[in-house]
Design a binder for this molecule. Sequence first.
Ligand code: PLP
Length: 388
Amino acid sequence: MTFAKRTAQLRPEGAYQVLARASELEAQGRNIIHLEIGQPDFHTADNIGLSGIRAIANRKTRYNPTAGISKLRAVIAADAGRRRGMAIKPEQVLVSPGAKPNLFFPTLALVEAGDEVIYPNPGFPTYRAMIDVAGGIPVPVPLLEENDFSFDLDAFDKLINARTKLIVLNSPSNPTGGVMPSSALAHIAAAAQAHDCWVLSDEIYTRLVYDEGVAHSIASLPGMAERTIIMDGFSKTYAMTGWRLGYGIMPEALAHRVQLLFTHALGSTAHFTQIAGIEALSGPQDHVAAMVAKYQQRRNLIVNGLNALPGVQCRLPQGAFYVFPNIKSFGLSATQVANLLLEEASVALLPGTDFGTFGEGYLRLSYANSIVKIEEALGRIENVLRRL
Ligand code: PLP
């Protein structure tokens, strides 16, 4: 069978492949610890869940406006604007089923075949996929361990040019947990304006930052709101991955164009899910703070545990729920080490190369798991690595 060329470069997400192998081992009776999945182990808070249930009982189960119901768009505009210190109008907000459509469709609306798109490597695999499908030319910028995995700005300066249409940023980052410092954002903002390009800022982990840090949005810098798409959502902050609820914030004219793509590709986002989203943003936020405190405890535990292993070095990431330890000293590829740890230690984690070539020499571990499981995983990893 032959398929359209625009789909030829698409690859599955590595996490799903590792999950499939881990499930096979579990079916054989093995006790696997899952550190490969990028999903909160917490449940959606009851006030949010119940508001969704009530909305279904109240028959909020029909088609509704493509861009989202007006109350949710207004609540998102107010909340996102307040947190980022900028004015956002409800008309700039597009609600989507999960955040991913607000990566894919703005890219389709902006990128012509042959336009260059700068994106982080290692980075979330959807960036490469959406660039390929749009017919853009992917231009990866390395994230450097010595910069706590912020952009390599020297490489960035060499890569940006008149053909660059879009720059994709992700802070805090999946897979590294790195948060871009304000100085890097200012540097990229100046370059984006000088070269007249757009910025797509994936801010899905913006509320998951530690040590009282803040992940700033490039959109709040002078001259940037008119060329930035903010992508954010409910999956991580409110432990709502399966509800599928996210949003994009962009200049109104672009929102109109992207909304047309939504109309034909998505129709609308479930009404009852949006009602739960209003409750998430308007209701008590103490459960978010409690979750962040727990993630911070786990982060400290896993980073200290990994650094105590011979041959492993791990930075202390400032955000998200991932660590990205350096395992170059073993002289094996990241895939070889990840496979060995799954097969021999029964710990599922991902090779850094699942996020791009510059992930070689690193592993990604998600600490969205309990302290007990993380401690046990560290012990198992140590037993296998000591034998190498
Ligand atoms: N962006 C990043 C960096 C992510 O890690 C994820 C989910 O893993 C998403 C976007 C997508 O979020 P959603 O599940 O709301 O579509």
